[in-house]
Design a protein around this ligand. Structure first.
Ligand code: PMP
Length: 396
């Protein structure tokens, strides 16, 4: 009989030459458990998803409650569904007053698609601007914004009228003109290996968008929902977007995303001349219930307030000549090694030693550290000891 791992390799489409191949039976809090008693401390949270930890009790309770009421009723936007209404109302409360209209979807990529379509519809313009090393998703539209040529080349032609500019380059902002429908930027670039905006950069970008009537879309799919220590990362940079896209951590482990704008902007999406965006499962009630519980856990606990101290502890403990630098915004962290060749064996070793990390799509010399925000100081200490031990074992 084939093992689970063999079945995985035989029947499941493979997405990478380096699948982690971990077999996980159960996950709880910051830990994943294998079938033979293995335990892995999760430092990546399913790529920024399990911000409140795996199977947070309040999230699980909310899911159970909704399971007993109804599952899918109707495509998004037709039937009044409590979990969607409650989630939208609570989301809006976390945002500046003009971001008061929520479109719930299934994923990050779909949220980006919706935001792009909305920007075109509202402005009547077609040009879209994104940044080098940006990651906004894997569908044709969101892929068009991707900041890596390697990822796009096999799939051309992609969306026309997309321009890429250099992140943090002030002169490049001149490319934003009255032709530009929208600029889309990750508030903190994730797959680029945690790249923060330079001091004042976002203010200048914000001004340029105002001047040219261009919509500024912030992608907080990876940085939002508390990951950086504030509910939204943009709160730390003194600007407000015209649209926000979120997903990942939003669902507390369930699939959900959203694009959020003002009522005025969002109003341009409906019925003229055709429906603007259609989604069967968008805002699934079970996902909405999980998301609302996640939001409440973040708001009613001191998890966000603890983020800076937890991030600092990682910084203090991860000291080794192999670690060249650490970039972070809260618990969205990247530890830079000399190269992938140095990093990869350390990651493999750390997994054997019980700590799960990986690297970034566009930055393969950096270790991804984005644990559940619920991680304790003792668990951080244990995780760092295992990483350092793994480095020593690989490079004695
Ligand atoms: N934007 C950002 C910043 C992301 O990190 C991701 C996922 N890594 C996406 C968009 C796409 O989200 P999804 O995989 O849910 O489509």
């Amino acid at each position: 009989m084939l093992s689970q791992r063999q079945l995985f390799l035989k029947y499941q489409a493979q997405t990478t030459d380096f699948p982690l191949l971990l077999e996980v039976e159960r996950a709880e809090g910051v830990y994943m458990y294998g079938p033979n008693g293995e335990r892995y401390l999760d430092l990546i949270s399913g790529i920024g998803v399990s911000n409140v930890g795996h199977r947070h009790p309040e999230v699980i309770a909310a899911i159970h409650k909704q399971l007993d009421k109804y599952l899918h009723l109707m495509v998004y936007g037709e039937v009044v569904q409590g979990p969607q209404v409650q989630l939208s109302a609570q989301l809006v409360k976390t945002l500046p007053s003009h971001l008061n209209n929520v479109y719930l979807v299934n994923s990050g990529s779909e949220a980006v698609e919706g935001a792009l379509k909305l920007a075109k519809r509202y402005t009547g313009r077609t040009e879209l601007i994104s940044f080098n090393n940006a990651y906004h998703g894997s569908t044709h539209g969101s892929l068009s914004l991707n900041g890596s040529e390697n990822f796009k080349n096999a799939f051309r032609p992609l969306l026309p009228d997309v321009r890429q500019i250099q992140h943090n380059s002030l002169p490049d902002l001149e490319n934003i003109t009255t032709r530009t429908a929208a600029v889309i930027l990750e508030t903190v670039q994730g797959e680029a290996g945690v790249r923060l905006p330079a001091l004042g950069y976002l203010t200048t970008l914000r001004e340029r968008c105002h001047q040219t009537g261009t919509l500024l879309i912030l992608d907080e799919i990876q940085a939002g929902f508390g990951r950086t220590g504030t509910f939204w990362a943009f709160e730390q940079f003194g600007i407000e977007p015209d649209m926000l896209v979120c997903a990942k951590g939003m669902g507390g482990g369930m699939p959900i995303g959203a694009f959020i704008a003002s009522q005025e902007v969002m109003g341009s999406l409906k019925n003229d001349p055709l429906l603007g965006h259609i989604t069967t499962f968008g805002g699934h009630p079970v996902s909405c219930a999980a998301s609302l519980a996640t939001l409440q856990v973040l708001q009613n606990s001191d998890l966000l307030a603890q983020v800076p101290a937890k991030a600092n502890l990682f910084r203090q403990l991860l000291v080794h000549p192999c670690i060249k630098s650490i970039r972070n915004c809260g618990l969205l962290m990247a530890a830079e090694f000399e190269s992938f060749a140095v990093l990869k064996p350390v990651i493999d070793r750390a997994i054997l030693n019980g700590v799960l990390t990986d690297w970034f799509l566009f930055c393969d010399n950096s270790m991804r550290i984005a644990p559940p925000l619920t991680i304790t100081e003792a668990e951080i200490t244990a995780a760092c000891q295992i990483i350092l031990k793994s480095i020593k074992e690989v490079f004695p």
